[in-house]
Design a binder for this molecule. Structure first.
Ligand code: ZN
Length: 302
């Protein structure tokens, strides 16, 4: 493996979980900075109900104000058909949508207040409509590696949902460890099985660093052939349920590790650390990323 793709999800997965609502201009500034690091995919915001996620109620304004170079794909999260309708009103401002469903009934119910089948009914309409609108579609299976409410999640259920979403038109399937339960052995087996089950659909790993296993899981996924990862600047992020779910793997920790292993990302690590510092300053508290504390490895030091 010599090159992988990274999607930055801090502006959505990260900001969604901040207790305070950030000013729109600050969000725009961070997206613009991230878009100049060499990242080619950024999840900018979400079209969820403003009363459910007030932190992202200004998604439309953020999309209108950001200034992203050509070649950087802007993505928005769409929870359901109404979210897609809202997003399509500003269709020219993004290239990709993300949809999601949990592989655990209890997590899905707590997260979006409906059954897996009810979620799938909606998504199987959303995905083809988005494709007809010329959008690229990523579908994430949340709690792919375990559920804090139900424990083990049957891999056949996870891959079955993935297969149906891919058949409906999703070009990319992400497996989410939203609550930080995955281990590297399980991740390796999972991605080998997913490649078998899903043919040439793009497979993406979405790991949270809840228990410090995020980068070990990245290595396992990489060794099983995964070439696409999601991460969050500064290790921002979490999950609305359950409480205690902490951030995504930090983008700068991920990029630093990959570069040290000789895996290219196209990202300028110093610029990315600069963006992480800016995010830390915005939020006014130390963020979880290790590279923010230690700085990138410098082999020239004597
Ligand atoms: Zn996440």
């Amino acid at each position: 493996m010599t090159e992988v793709s990274i999607r930055e999800v801090g502006p959505r997965d990260g900001f969604q979980n901040e207790p305070e609502v950030l000013p729109t201009a600050d969000k725009v500034g961070l997206v613009d900075a991230l878009a100049r690091t060499g990242l080619r995919r950024i999840e900018v915001t979400s079209f969820v109900r403003a009363d459910v996620v007030p932190q992202l109620a200004d998604g439309r304004e953020v999309l209108a104000a950001i200034d992203v170079p050509d070649g950087v794909a802007r993505s928005v999260l769409v929870p359901n058909e109404r979210g897609l309708d809202d997003a399509l009103e500003v269709r020219e401002r993004f290239e990709e949508i993300g949809v999601f469903v949990s592989a655990s009934q209890t997590h899905n119910a707590k997260n979006v207040n409906r059954s897996i089948e009810a979620s799938m009914d909606g998504l199987l309409r959303v995905v083809p409509r988005a494709r007809e609108g010329g959008l690229r579609v990523e579908a994430t299976i949340v709690t792919s590696f375990g559920c804090p409410y139900e424990g083990r999640v049957d891999r056949a259920v996870v891959l079955g949902l993935a297969r149906r979403l891919a058949d409906a038109g999703a070009q990319e399937i992400a497996f989410g460890d939203t609550t930080g339960m995955a281990n590297p052995v399980q991740v390796r087996e999972h991605f080998l099985a997913a490649r078998e089950a899903l043919g040439d659909v793009e497979l993406t790993a979405h790991f949270h660093n809840t228990r410090g296993q995020g980068l070990a899981n990245v290595l396992a996924a990489l060794q099983a052939g995964c070439e696409s990862f999601e991460s969050s600047v500064g290790e921002l992020g979490g999950c609305p349920v359950p409480p205690g779910s902490t951030g995504n793997i930090a983008s700068e920790d991920l990029v630093g590790m990959l570069h040290e292993m000789g895996v290219q990302t196209g990202i300028d690590l110093d610029a990315l650390v600069g963006a992480a510092r800016a995010a830390q300053a915005l939020l006014g508290r130390p963020l979880g990323s290790h590279t923010l504390v230690a700085g990138p490895i410098d082999w020239r030091v004597d």
